[in-house]
Each structure stands twice: as C-alpha cells, then as structure tokens.
Design a protein around this ligand. Structure first.
Ligand code: ADP
Ligand code: ZN
Length: 362
C-alpha cells in the first residue's frame, strides 16, 4: 500500500471587529469605499428593504460603488434552503463573482441566510453583518454560525463562516417593534445568566430603562452582551467545548420552535427553554431555588414566558424533536445547566426522563 499525505494544518486569522454606535449606517458606504470588494449585494427582508435597504443602496451608488439589493419575505418561515437558492440564483443572474461582498442587513433571519449564502457562493465570498434587531445585534450576528431551518430541526443545515465585520447601529432600534425588542432581550439575559452575575444585576436594576430604550443603558447592555458572546466564541470558534453554554435554554427552545412549525418567536421559545433548564438545574441539585425564581421573575417582568402553559404541546412531542437535534446515548444527553446565576456548564449526563418530568410539571 502506498500512502499520499495531504497535510492541511491551516492557520487562519478570522478576526474581525464589532463596532457599536449611533448613526453608523450613514458612514458605512464611505467606509466600504476602502474595501477591496468590487461589488456589494445587500441581502435584506421585505419589511426593511424599502427603508434601510434602499438607503444603504443609494448611499453606495452615490459613491459609485457597484451595489444590488435582494430581498426575501420577512419572517422565520423564509429561513429555508429554498430562499437561499432563490438568492443564489439572483446573484448568479447578476453575474456576481468572487470579488463580490454580501452585506446582510436585517435581523437574525437575514443574517443567517445571507451568511450561509456567502459561505457557499463561489465556495465562499466575504460578508458583513449589519444587524437591525436587538437579537441579531447581541447574538446571531456574532460568531459565524449561519444556517437555515428544516421541518425537522432548526438550523439543521449550515456552516461556521465568520463575517468580515459587524456594524451595530443602535439607531435601528428606534423603529424596532416592542415585541422584537423583548425577543432580543431573551438572548441578552441568557448571556448574563451563563457568564456574568454582575450583568444580571445590571439588567434587573435597569430593566425599566432598557424597555424604554434609554440610549445609554441600552448601549451598555448591548456592548456587554456582545463582549460575552465574542469572548466565548474566541475561546471555542467551532463549538467543541465552552461555546456550547451559549445553548442554554436552546435544547428545549429549539424543540418547541420546530414542534410549533416556527410559529413561536425564538425569544419566547428559549425563554421557556430557560425556565425548564433552570428548574432542572435546581432539581438536579445545582441551582438554588431562589435563583430559579429570580430568573423567571425577570423574564415575566419583560413579558417573556418561562413555561409552556397555553401552548398545546405534549412533552412527548418536544422530546421527539429533541432527538432530531441531539444525540441520545443510553437515555442521556448533553444539556446546559446553571450552577448559579452567571455560571453555566454543560452536563453530558442528563436523563431524558428528567427532562420529561420537568416538562410535565408545567
Ligand atoms: P430575529 O432578528 O429575531 O431573528 P427577524 O430577522 O425575522 O428576527 O426580524 C424580526 C422582524 O423585525 C422582521 O419582521 C423584520 O423585518 C423586522 N425588523 C428588523 N429590523 C427592524 C428594524 N430596525 N425596525 C423595524 N423592523 C425591523
Ligand atoms: Zn438563540
């Protein structure tokens, strides 16, 4: 036997900056003029294509930068292989080559589809994240996880593909509906719960200001949330270890989303997931009961659910969907639990039976 070795130990620098401020959209076109890309394609959803999308497109054109805009129907239901294919076909029709750069403008849905399209178009072209929802600003635009949903499981088809930069313009939040703000707060609170007790105190103390969109309080909270996410991603880009704690509330949350055909918002679903994950953490002897109540009180205060109540979902159905998402060995799975507020860990030994019991408590 002969052996031909393919030695591929790569060292790549995937570093990028997250800039946070007000009015950054206005300066973006000017900044992109310095970018080596020849052509930009803005990918955005139908709700904001006519406002922010057009504004950015015109800014780019005014500076003689080649630019196109592609939009898809707003909403999680668009996060599919089909939408990605449509976008790719449009890009091919525009004869965009490897020198093109994608600008993802929108919430988590735009970011995920545009990022995944960037990952595979011509075997990968650069992309820039311009998140316009709170959820995308503090979570989904950072870390390079890009994917689409399938009927079986959320984010089932995707890739790790880092953006070249993330531009967080807080002015977008001025037009964001309250329910979308609350949706993003679920992830922001998650970051505090898994990593930073002090930040959890800050949120509790300033929740009034956050809900009222107080500029300084929001900026502080968003920056801290981005830092926590970035810090975890830096330690474990491909989610082989520590990054898994970011999935706190997500095992049950994702199962609820796919069971309900994505008719529940991601924030609501993971808030319910965190409710049960905290309860389970207490039941297994890690988390103090008082901390479960504290977490759930904060969720409740901002209008997020922490249990299933009115959703007509049987625990059995949720467990079925967990099986699509997770490897089950001898009736046990990996599950993110809390030791205390601000300290999460991954247990590789949580019994499915215990999850079922917690879900049945309602
Ligand atoms: P998420 O960011 O939670 O993953 P989406 O990407 O679907 O979710 O965005 C949620 C909704 O908010 C969409 O209908 C989208 O069009 C809308 N949206 C996004 N950004 C803004 C904004 N800055 N102002 C108003 N509506 C927005
Ligand atoms: Zn999430």
């Amino acid at each position: 036997m002969e052996v031909v070795k393919v030695d591929l130990r790569e060292e790549i620098d995937n570093s990028y900056d997250i800039t946070i401020g007000r009015g950054l959209l206005e300066g973006l076109a000017m900044e992109l003029k310095k970018n080596p890309a020849n052509k930009f394609v803005i990918i955005t959803d139908s709700n904001i294509a006519g406002t922010y999308g057009k504004r950015l497109l015109n800014d780019l054109k005014k500076r003689n930068i080649g630019a196109h805009l592609i939009n898809f129907p707003a909403g999680e239901k668009s996060k599919t292989r089909k939408t990605k294919e449509k976008i790719e076909n449009e890009m091919l029709k525009l004869a965009l080559g490897r020198d093109a750069c994608i600008i993802s403008l929108g919430g988590g849905v735009a970011g995920d589809i545009a990022g995944f399209a960037a990952a595979t178009y011509m075997r990968g072209i650069p992309y820039i994240q311009v998140p316009t929802t709170l959820l995308a600003m503090v979570d989904s635009s950072i870390g390079g996880k890009v994917a689409v949903d399938t009927m079986h499981a959320k984010n089932a088809i995707g890739s790790f593909y880092q953006p070249k930069k993330v531009v967080v313009d807080l002015n977008f939040l001025k037009t964001l509906p309250k329910k979308e703000l609350v949706n993003g707060l679920a992830e922001l609170i998650k970051h505090a719960l898994i990593k930073d007790r002090g930040f959890f105190h800050f949120i509790e103390k300033n929740i009034g200001g956050i809900l009222a969109c107080d500029a300084d309080i929001l900026k502080t909270a968003i920056k801290r949330s981005c830092e926590i996410k970035a810090d975890i991603v830096m330690q474990d880009e491909k989610e082989k270890g520590i990054r898994r704690i970011l999935n706190y509330g997500h095992t049950i949350g994702h199962a609820i989303e796919s069971s309900l055909g994505y008719k529940i918002s991601h924030g609501n679903a993971i808030a319910i997931g965190m409710g049960y994950a905290a309860k389970l953490s207490a039941k297994l002897g890690f988390l103090h009961e008082g901390s479960v109540i504290r977490q759930n009180n904060l969720l409740e205060y901002i209008g997020l659910p922490h249990k299933l109540s009115h959703h007509k979902l049987k625990p059995r159905k949720i467990l079925e969907h967990i099986q699509y998402d997770k490897k089950i060995t001898n009736g046990r799975i990996n599950f993110v639990l809390l030791n205390s507020i601000g300290d999460a860990f991954v247990s590789d030994d949580v019994a499915i039976e215990d999850i079922k019991n917690i879900l049945e408590e309602r």
